[in-house]
Design a protein around this ligand. Structure first.
Ligand SMILES: Nc1ncnc2c1ncn2[C@@H]1O[C@H](COP(=O)(O)OP(=O)(O)OP(=O)(O)O)[C@@H](O)[C@H]1O
Ligand SMILES: [Mg+2]
Length: 232
């Protein structure tokens, strides 16, 4: 029920205000509400994540503080060119939370949102496989290819079947060729990721990771699982 409510509202909002949600006439309050709805729509169905910002990001340790600083530097750069961001670290270290906070900060600062996306790679692959059955359905990989700025969450979590690798390569290649800045999160450091994706053919893994990291700022979140703290 919540999902439908949030999604519909966000769509309504976008339809009404289109690309100018930040016009002065709408006031600051409206802006905040608009951003919230947009984020909620991007990360559905995990509504809890729509509350996450830089302000709530767990940063009471050195890796957390460093990550925040690096993310701020990344956003500065994003105003100038098309840098990529590669966030890696152990389970529950805050990678998705950091990526999402970057996306939110970008939306808040940049007066528009049609050009952002958020995809969990494994879910995206599952949806893509599912869409083969229904003829005429839109291609889910478009949601990872079209947005100018997009989070590819959890790269490497998918089973590296030839089909999954092919699909991931296509997405990465498309974004690379278009020069669209991309925020990647992974449980694996670049070299490890290349190995995992290149289990059968190392060149395939290297081709993907080389593109993911060529113009990327890397952030390593080296800390214990935040979920074990019972953080909400
Ligand atoms: N911006 C944020 N605001 C509030 N809490 C956050 C934020 N980012 C992370 N957290 C907290 O830290 C926990 C772990 O964060 P997150 O899901 O980002 O980890 P992860 O590194 O992506 O984990 P995984 O490897 O399992 O994907 C969250 O469940 C949440 O409690
Ligand atoms: Mg995650």
């Amino acid at each position: 029920v919540f999902d439908t409510f949030w999604t519909k509202d966000a769509d309504d909002w976008i339809e009404r205000w289109g690309e100018r949600p930040f016009c002065a006439e709408h006031g600051r309050l409206a802006d905040a509400a608009a951003v919230k709805l947009r984020i909620a729509n991007l990360v559905r169905p995990i509504r809890r994540m729509s509350q996450w910002t830089f302000a709530t990001f767990p940063a009471d340790d050195v890796p957390g503080r460093r990550a925040l600083k690096a993310a701020a530097a990344y956003l500065d750069e994003l105003g100038e060119w098309e840098p990529w961001l590669f966030v890696f670290g152990g389970v529950g270290s805050g990678k998705t939370g950091l990526a999402l906070s970057c996306l939110r900060a970008y939306i808040e600062g940049r007066h528009g949102w049609d050009d952002v996306g958020f995809c969990n790679v494994r879910q995206l692959l599952a949806q893509t496989r599912g869409s083969f059955a229904s003829k005429g359905a839109s291609d889910p990989t478009e949601t990872a290819i079209k947005p100018w700025l997009c989070v590819l969450d959890d790269v490497g979590a998918e089973r590296p079947t030839p089909w999954a690798l092919e699909t991931l390569s296509t997405i990465v290649e498309a974004r690379y060729v278009a020069n669209y800045p991309t925020i990647v999160t992974s449980n694996y450091a670049p070299a490890e990721l290349a190995e995992r994706l290149g289990h059968d053919d190392i060149v395939i893994g290297q081709r993907i990771v080389s593109r993911l990291t060529e113009n990327a700022l890397q952030i390593r979140l080296d800390r214990p699982d935040l979920r074990a703290r019972g953080a909400a």
